[in-house]
Ligand binder design. Structure first.
Ligand code: BDP
Length: 328
């Protein structure tokens, strides 16, 4: 080994040792978000970027790309996992097929309401879910709200499971959702969010399911005017960071990033509650035919095979499901 080489090798070792203790000091990150300007998640992620720069004196910066301009959600999840993008605001629905623990939130009616979901996420259940995601390369820094998803369509009010029979219903990419529609006798159609408006308009699908803000922001209410309050899914969303990028940070910066994400979540949740009301009022004003569903238990019963099939092929997830069900 020549002296020069040895010197540079020593230099490299010293630099690596320094990095391991001090962490990466400067970085410019790129973030993905599917929603448009003014949506609670968009404002939340912009706040996250602002707080991140503030808390690290501008050493860590984030440029957010909203409205899904960097691609579909399943693609973006992959990009963050491999580190082509550093940050994403993801719904746990399309993360489920990758991280089994995260998939339990996609079992229909698993959460009683939003408060129940919050209690689960703030406890051991949330820890198990984030551990499962971290193993797959996604660190969940904070949880955002996404309300409850209900069915809407262009044909008729849905009041009982039989009303879904024969309907073509768009779902997010996750076999659990396809199973859920099949269990009701409908035809599931997994499709990217950006394609749903046109598909509803042209009759490629008859219906879809989502919360009030997304039903409104996408204009789906203009082409699928029956909204039936099934509230069959309450799915949390995450502010996620690539696991290696997170691991490369100093403990202080990890804390700053986490705090920035959590503070942005406080804002997002507050804006979410306001927007859910405002979106509901807006679509009602526009003439949407809305109905409550008296017998939700009938839907729960009809969707039960989804649970049974899922848990019999994933018996190791039974304790987590029970933990959620037994959380008051
Ligand atoms: C919205 C979620 C978004 C999903 C979308 C969908 O916030 O992440 O992509 O639903 O249905 O509520 O695809």
């Amino acid at each position: 080994m020549t002296t020069v080489f040895r010197k540079s090798l020593l230099g490299y070792v010293a630099a690596a040792a320094l990095m391991a203790t001090a962490g990466v000091a400067n970085a410019e990150w790129r973030g993905w978000n599917i929603h448009p300007e003014g949506y609670p998640n968009t404002t939340g992620m912009d706040k996250f970027a602002e707080l991140l720069a503030e808390k690290t004196d501008g050493r860590l910066t984030l440029t957010m790309y909203h409205s899904g301009t960097l691609g579909s959600q399943p693609d973006a999840i992959e990009q963050v996992r491999i580190g082509a993008l550093e940050i994403g605001n993801f719904n746990l629905g399309p993360i489920g097929p990758i991280a089994p623990e995260a998939n339990v939130v996609s079992l229909p009616f698993i959460f009683k309401d939003m408060e129940h979901m919050h209690r689960v996420l703030d406890g051991e259940g949330g820890q198990l879910i984030s551990d499962g995601m971290a193993e797959k390369g996604l660190v969940a820094l904070a949880w955002y709200d996404s309300g409850a998803r209900s069915f809407y369509n262009s044909q008729k009010p849905i009041t009982e499971p039989a009303d879904v029979e024969g309907m073509k219903v768009r779902v997010m990419n996750n076999d659990l959702y396809s199973g859920m529609i099949s269990a009701l006798g409908g035809n599931p159609s997994p499709m990217a969010f950006a394609e749903v408006y046109q598909s509803l308009k042209t009759g490629v699908v008859d219906g879809a399911e989502n919360n009030w803000p997304s039903y409104e922001s996408t204009g789906h209410f203009e082409v699928a005017g029956y909204y039936s309050l099934s509230q069959h899914l309450i799915i949390p969303e995450c502010v996620c960071i690539n696991a290696d990028v997170f691991a490369s940070l100093s403990p202080e910066d990890q804390q700053a990033v986490t705090e920035a994400a959590r503070e942005s979540a406080d804002l997002q949740r507050q804006l979410w509650a306001e927007r859910a009301e405002a979106s509901r009022a807006k679509v009602m004003e526009a003439g949407v035919q809305f109905n409550e569903i008296e017998n939700k238990a009938a839907f729960q019963e009809a969707m039960k095979p989804v649970y049974d099939n899922y848990l019999s092929s994933n018996p190791d997830l039974v304790p987590l499901v029970e933990l959620i069900q037994n959380t008051d």
